[in-house]
Design a protein around this ligand. Structure first.
Ligand code: KDG
Ligand code: MG
Length: 402
């Protein structure tokens, strides 16, 4: 089965997405997601200018070899742009394989390990009471797990506080907006949020929280310890993730489960974290870690150390990635949870998909491959619009992590 063509589409149905479509001489095509928030055009160029010319004429069935050709064969490796581009090729080839064998992708990855994929939704509010109400609304919709974020008094524009309650989207059109940050105010406020949530909703709902890489290891240790009475499902991205060794300090101070990995690109970002059992959940995303081929290997490596997968699933990756994640999660044993931020109706219309939400779980459907399509005609109505994630400064103006 020869690859005859591959096209890159950049569209903006509510936000920007980069989609790869690979065509074969047997009339089958596959879809891959290559979206990298705020850097979409770089991945599109990496694909169009560097990968697509090398794809034409290759046998679409040889997924592992094509992955190794683009990763191992290249002298300049790793990084989010490279890995998102390789991931899109890999996903599209798995999609084609499923269609060629007329079976949903999870069957090619070992079959079903569970009846559905437990997901968590995002509750956010300007203050504690708004977030508490939001958590209640997710519980009413059947969610079993909810991430809770809230505004911090005295801090303008905190991470996780959205303009739109249902569709949280941190990127904004134009140049990067600037947020404000105070670690002191944040650390004093967040335990009150979780105390209020447990008082109101009891022990059952799984509660999660994202620090978005803003603490030092010892500050993370303090927060984890103060949150222990509210037994979080996980505390995410406590510290900037470049320094794996920092997690040793956090672990010495708290039993709150730790999650990290949404900005990781290869297995090499995880080695200290996994082998020393410094985390409980690996948050790597199918698209930003190079596709289905490498993330399966990363999950197997994590499994040895009893670490579970909790893949990144924000609105800034497309339904193609979400479908790929659902199939992957269905198949592995060490699945923990899947993030599920709902896409807008405009996005869902451009990417019709067979996965569905029911009673706190995503179900993959039984369409061959990923079960996602791409409406090219509709996508043309939504051209690319420049948009950036915010940057962050401390109250005194010092540049900080966002
Ligand atoms: O593009 C950045 C977002 O994907 C990120 O801010 C979302 O932290 C995030 C999460 O946990 O979904
Ligand atoms: Mg996060």
């Amino acid at each position: 089965m020869k690859i005859t063509d591959a096209k890159v589409f950049v569209c903006s149905p509510g936000r920007n997405f980069v989609t790869l479509k690979i065509y074969t001489d047997e009339g089958l095509y596959g879809l891959g997601d290559a979206t990298l928030n705020g850097r979409e055009l770089s991945v599109a160029s990496y694909l169009e200018d560097h990968l697509v010319p090398c794809l034409i004429g290759r046998d679409a069935r040889n997924i592992e070899d094509i992955w190794q050709y683009f990763y191992r064969g290249a002298y300049w490796r790793r990084g989010p742009v490279t890995m998102a581009a390789i991931a899109a090729v890999d996903m599209a080839l798995w999609d084609i394989k499923g269609k060629a064998l007329n079976t949903p992708l999870y069957n090619l990855l070992g079959g079903k390990s569970r009846h559905g994929v437990m997901v968590y939704g995002h509750a956010n509010g300007a203050d504690i009471s708004e977030t508490v109400d939001q958590v209640g609304q997710y519980i009413d919709q059947g969610y079993l797990a909810i991430r809770a974020q809230c505004g911090i008094p005295g801090v303008k524009g905190t991470y996780g506080v959205a303009k739109d309650k249902m569709f949280y989207e941190p990127a904004e059109k134009g140049l990067p907006p600037e947020n404000e940050w105070s670690t002191e105010k944040y650390l004093n406020h967040i335990p009150k949020l979780f105390q209020t949530l447990r008082d109101k909703y009891g022990d059952d709902p799984h509660l999660l929280h994202d620090c978005h890489h803003r603490l030092t290891p010892i500050e993370a240790g303090r927060l984890g310890k103060e949150l222990e009475p509210y037994h979080l499902f996980w505390l995410e991205d406590t510290v900037p993730a470049e320094l794996q060794e920092g997690f040793r300090i956090i672990r010495q101070h708290t039993t709150t489960p730790l999650a990290v990995g949404e900005v990781f690109n290869t297995v090499f970002d995880t080695t200290t974290l996994f082998t020393e059992q410094l985390i409980d959940y690996c948050r790597m995303c199918v698209v930003h870690s190079g596709g289905i081929t490498p993330i399966r290997k990363i999950a197997s490596f994590a499994e040895i150390y009893r670490i579970k997968m909790g893949c990144h699933g924000p609105t800034d990756v497309s339904p193609v990635n979400m479908a790929a994640s659902v199939h992957f999660n269905m198949s592995i044993n060490n699945f923990g949870i899947q993030e599920y931020m709902r896409h807008t109706p405009e996005t869902d219309a451009v990417f019709p998909h067979s996965y569905t939400f029911r009673d706190g779980y995503l179900l993959p459907g039984d369409k061959p491959g990923f079960g996602v399509d791409f409406d090219e005609k509709l996508a043309k109505k939504y051209p690319y619009e420049r948009a950036y994630l915010p940057v962050n400064r401390k109250i005194d103006g010092t540049m900080f992590d966002w």
